[in-house]
Design a protein around this ligand. Structure first.
Ligand SMILES: NC(=O)c1ccc[n+]([C@@H]2O[C@H](COP(=O)([O-])OP(=O)(O)OC[C@H]3O[C@@H](n4cnc5c(N)ncnc54)[C@H](OP(=O)(O)O)[C@@H]3O)[C@@H](O)[C@H]2O)c1
Length: 303
């Protein structure tokens, strides 16, 4: 395959690039930064500016698959400006890709766009949420973003292309992201759960997330797939397992919800929300997880 990736320089994108290279595939990528441009036989960068609607159409040369991950980070204070950047970077980048495909000759057959499990309603019980269970109206800003992103992504099919969506859970990696933030206080014996500690956290090892994106592209799967591991855990359990693996027990009481809200503002919704999400559909579609249990994933990424 020759795959065009947006967000290839980010946490998830880098892993997908490495794994595609290992399998002998060629990667083109779109970046907003001149300094991130490389020109190697199997890794070629192209510039785009989503705000201005500009894109180097040579990025499509020989490309058969697109993986669209790019978007302004949600891990920042959700001011009005930040919210606009978070929403616009996803919706307008998707529209720019659609317009570019519509107006240029290309060989693209399949597109996968990212989304997040934040689209699901907040739910404390352990019933596994499947891909068809989204509420008619969004309960918070993150769900709003996911709904808008998925809605515009669906337009790829109007161009006669196969399209799929991966709803990404909490990504565990040794190169930053959520695990780095969660494990930092634990290392100083300051680890604790959040709120009542009972929120379901649907995590996924970055190797499996990358594997899912590549499996979907190779098999040209269509529709929505949850990008989560088979065994979500509750928040307190997550923190205690991190403590166990690092060898620094988590014994402090949970940080109350109002403190989290004071510290993080509206963005606290990311850490306080509870979603027990099902991995059944992607497993039935032929993907075999490397990390099914939290402890084995943590041993890999925290050791
Ligand atoms: N990591 C997670 O836990 C998680 C969970 C759920 C969903 N997701 C979603 O999955 C996608 C990838 O996640 P990630 O963790 O790899 O994200 P990331 O590390 O923040 O990387 C995102 C990439 O998007 C590009 N980007 C940033 N702002 C942009 C803008 N305004 N316009 C165009 N491109 C922009 C950047 O590429 P350049 O600098 O090269 O332009 C950046 O490398 C994101 O959309 C994220 O929301 C991630």
């Amino acid at each position: 395959m020759k795959v065009l990736i947006t967000g290839a320089t980010g946490l998830v994108g880098k892993q997908i690039v490495d794994d595609l290279h290992e399998k002998g595939h060629v990667v083109h990528y779109l970046t907003t930064r001149q300094e991130a441009i490389k020109d190697e036989p199997n890794y070629k960068g192209f510039l785009w500016n989503v705000k201005e609607g500009s894109i180097d159409v040579k990025c499509l040369d020989g490309v058969t698959n697109i993986i669209h991950l790019a978007g302004e980070t949600v891990f920042q204070r959700w001011t009005d400006d930040a919210k606009k950047r978070i929403m616009d970077s996803r919706v307008f980048s998707t529209q720019l890709l659609i317009d570019t495909l519509k107006n240029n000759k290309h060989q693209v057959e399949h597109v996968t766009t990212a989304s997040a499990i934040g689209i699901y309603p907040d739910q404390q019980d352990g019933r596994a949420l499947k891909e068809n269970e989204i509420p008619p109206t969004a309960s918070n800003f993150l769900a709003d973003v996911c709904i808008a992103w998925e809605k515009i992504g669906a337009l790829f099919t109007q161009l006669g292309l196969k399209h799929s969506i991966v709803r990404i859970g909490i990504v565990l990696s040794d190169k930053g992201g959520a695990l780095d933030q969660m494990s930092k206080p634990v290392k100083y014996y300051a680890g604790a759960g959040f709120g009542n500690g009972k929120m379901w956290q649907s995590w996924i090892a970055i190797d499996d997330l990358s594997g899912i994106f590549i499996h979907i592209a190779q098999e040209q799967l269509e529709g929505v797939y949850n990008g989560v591991a088979p065994n979500p855990v509750r928040n307190r359990n997550m923190m205690e397992t991190i403590g166990k693996v690092i060898g620094k027990p988590v014994f402090l009481p949970n940080v109350p919800k109002f403190v989290m809200k004071m510290m993080l503002g509206e963005m606290s919704a990311i850490v306080l929300s509870s979603q027990h999400v099902s991995s059944e559909k992607i497993e039935k579609a032929g993907y075999t997880f490397e990390y099914r249990e939290l402890e084995s994933a943590l041993q890999n990424y925290l050791s």
